[in-house]
Design a protein around this ligand. Structure first.
Ligand SMILES: Nc1ncnc2c1ncn2[C@@H]1O[C@H](COP(=O)(O)OP(=O)(O)O)[C@@H](O)[C@H]1O
Ligand SMILES: [Mg+2]
Length: 293
């Protein structure tokens, strides 16, 4: 928990900077808060991630923000949030992002339960195209989960706060990501496997699994447990069974993305190839309006 004094508490209408007027608080991590704001420069709503008041001079927080800025500068894909500008000095170091319109996948699942195939197949293909691209530029996201996906057409990945070049991910000595969606190699830093491109394939798998079934693939661990297996049940458990209605190709695909062995997980282009015929077989009429392909 952050202390109240480490929150900006900007109300609607308050200036974050002379150009950025707060609209509402969206969320926040340990080092920063995320606000929806109106931007006088682009003359549009934007998202501002601003370092918490007590951390503007904190080297670790600034390093985190700088890494996110670097990620936004490197990653340019229609399925990933885009950065507009940043300001890393002064009292309110911040990054300005375009506002991605649409509900988060986590909110959609909470409201509606399992998504229909028309939505989850498109979601999986959209995420696969992002992961294919990330391989090309040599970066990993490391925190793919329903609250970091905004469900537009295409679905878009947000939150590059822990993304890094794959060479910087492989030697990580600490856990990174979100417990319930982390592959074994992110739960057990230092081996036998290390974080790599295939780690995001697991993230895709866990995210799409949640969309297909309405529940997470593994038990929720105890975040305070010293014992890694109690903290991360995915280290030993197989994913829960799928509902009977799930098409077998989807079950096989998702189970393969959640393989404990990163080398056994499919590459993103294989995911797209496996899904193309499933997409083709979906009733066309119900696809109309959702996306034009
Ligand atoms: N570009 C964006 N467009 C719309 N909403 C966003 C955007 N970036 C962040 N958000 C919202 O703010 C929340 C927190 O931002 P996020 O980047 O996920 O940071 P973190 O999860 O590390 O706090 C997100 O869950 C989402 O609701
Ligand atoms: Mg997030």
């Amino acid at each position: 928990m952050t202390r109240p004094e480490d929150e900006w508490g900007f109300q609607a209408g308050a200036p974050i900077t002379p150009e950025l007027t707060a609209m509402r608080l969206l969320g926040g991590g340990s080092a920063y808060e995320a606000y929806l704001a109106f931007d006088e420069i682009t003359y549009a709503p934007v998202v501002v991630k601003v370092v918490r008041p007590g951390q503007a001079g904190d080297a670790t927080s600034l390093r985190g923000l700088r890494r996110e800025v670097e990620a936004l500068a490197t990653i340019n894909h229609p399925g990933v949030v885009r950065g507009l500008r940043h300001h890393l000095e002064g009292e309110r170091p911040h990054v300005v992002l375009e506002e991605v319109d649409g509900p988060r996948l986590s909110s959609l699942i909470r409201r509606q339960g399992p998504l229909p195939p028309q939505q989850y197949v498109a979601l999986a293909m959209d995420l696969a195209s992002v992961l294919h691209y990330l391989r090309h530029v040599g970066w990993v996201h490391l925190d793919i989960k329903p609250s970091n996906v905004i469900m537009g057409a295409p679905a878009r990945l947000i939150d590059l706060s822990v993304a890094r070049p794959v060479e910087a991910a492989r030697p990580l000595t600490y856990e990174i990501g979100t417990d319930a969606y982390m592959p074994p190699e992110q739960c057990v830093p230092g081996g036998p496997q290390v974080p790599d491109f295939a780690s995001d394939v697991w993230g895709l798998g866990a995210t799409v699994y949640h969309a297909v079934t309405g529940y997470r693939p593994f038990d929720e661990g105890d975040p305070d447990a010293e014992d890694r297996i109690r903290r991360y049940p995915q280290l030993v458990d197989p994913p829960y069974e799928f509902p009977d209605r799930t098409p077998p190709q989807i079950v096989d695909l998702l189970v393969s993305t959640l393989d404990a062995d990163p080398a056994a997980r499919p590459a993103p282009h294989q995911i797209s190839e496996l899904l193309a015929p499933v997409m083709e077989a979906l009733p066309r009429a119900r696809l109309g309006g959702l996306r034009a392909r």
